[in-house]
Design a protein around this ligand. Structure first.
Ligand SMILES: [Mg+2]
Length: 340
């Protein structure tokens, strides 16, 4: 039983909304306590609205054993990560829950508590949504709404040849966390297991840094499918290619330990694992100093890992080249997580 709460039958749709979701809309005047057909929202003067949506299916995007409050927070945070990657500040969100027969009331209570915790942390509110039943697995979808100054949204496709490729935080932890939760990293210490599982379950979207980067970076996206796959997306959108120096990619202590101890953990596997929710940024040389000052001011660690270059005759699957410390190419067996 989740959270030690007493189990009880799930009430009907309207009772469920009134009890669990309406309190999450209390601070948003335009949400009308979730009692109207739609919400009302006006962006501040001089601001544009940025919209993003993600869906998560039980057994596909989260594990049935994941604590419900972390499922809720991850659902919210993957969307906040997309807003951060576009330079937008989060304002509110819409939520669709399609409940399976097994979705219990204690599970939903913990789920709503996770949303409440993150609403407080990120200063946003629930604005509306829908609650339905499904004969399939529990399915969740969240649409986040953010604001960015007019014309200031950070594009994927604005990178130029010669731009430096920077990444925030560390790469590969979440993929290792999933491996830990599937009992696939026997050599990991207790502390590393806890750290990596937390990185998988609870992304830290770069909401403070993203909105500061307009005019300083040429292109930005968040790493969700894996560093190589997402950098390939930036290359595609920008008509470029890239070279990444594996030795310069930032790894956590736990990931570095797994690189040494586990045969299955390689540079390539860490760079193609998903769920990092760090920012990948194309920084022009002339803005590099300003960029580094902004990142330091925001308290966000950033690492220079490579550069963007002309595409020449590179095949589509080799747009992102990975090289070792000697400049020799490292083979990447697959590009990253494929959803279909
Ligand atoms: Mg994204």
């Amino acid at each position: 039983m989740a959270g030690g709460k007493a189990d009880r039958p799930r009430p009907g749709e309207f009772e469920l909304i009134a009890e669990l979701f309406a309190p999450l809309a209390r601070n948003a005047a335009g949400a009308f306590g979730l009692t109207d057909d739609a919400a009302l929202y006006r962006a501040a003067p001089g601001m544009e609205t940025v919209l993003t949506v993600d869906a998560m299916v039980a057994g596909v995007h989260f594990l049935p054993t994941d604590p419900p409050d972390t499922v809720a927070r991850k659902l919210l945070r993957v969307n906040l990560s997309d807003l951060a990657a576009k330079g937008a500040r989060p304002r509110g969100y819409l939520l669709v829950t399609a409940l399976s027969e097994e979705t219990s009331m204690p599970w939903l209570e913990d789920f709503a508590a996770g949303l409440a915790a993150d609403q407080a942390e990120f200063g946003i509110s629930l604005w509306g949504g829908d609650t339905v039943s499904t004969p399939g697995p529990l399915t969740l979808s969240l649409t986040a709404i953010g604001e960015v100054k007019e014309g200031a949204m950070l594009p994927r496709g604005g990178a130029k040849a010669g731009d430096r490729v920077y990444v925030t935080g560390t790469i590969g932890d979440a993929a290792l966390g999933l491996a830990v939760l599937r009992d696939r990293l026997p050599s990991a210490s207790e502390a590393d297991r806890a750290f990596l599982a937390d990185r998988y379950r609870l992304p830290r979207p770069r909401t403070t840094l993203g909105p500061l980067l307009s005019g300083v970076v040429h292109a930005a996206l968040d790493v969700s499918d894996g560093l190589v796959a997402d950098l390939t997306h930036m290359c595609d959108a920008s008509g470029l290619a890239a070279t990444i120096r594996a030795a310069d990619v930032p790894f956590s202590g736990a990931a570095a330990a797994m690189l040494v101890a586990e045969a299955d953990v390689t540079f390539a596997s860490l760079l193609t694992g998903g769920d990092d929710y760090e920012l990948l940024l194309a920084v022009p040389a002339e803005e590099e100093e300003a960029f580094l000052a902004i990142a330091a001011g925001a308290g966000v660690p950033v690492a220079l890992i490579g550069h963007l270059e002309e595409r020449a005759n590179r095949a589509p699957e080799t747009l992102v080249r990975l090289v070792d410390a000697e400049g020799e190419p490292i083979a990447v067996p697959h590009q990253g997580f494929r959803h279909f």
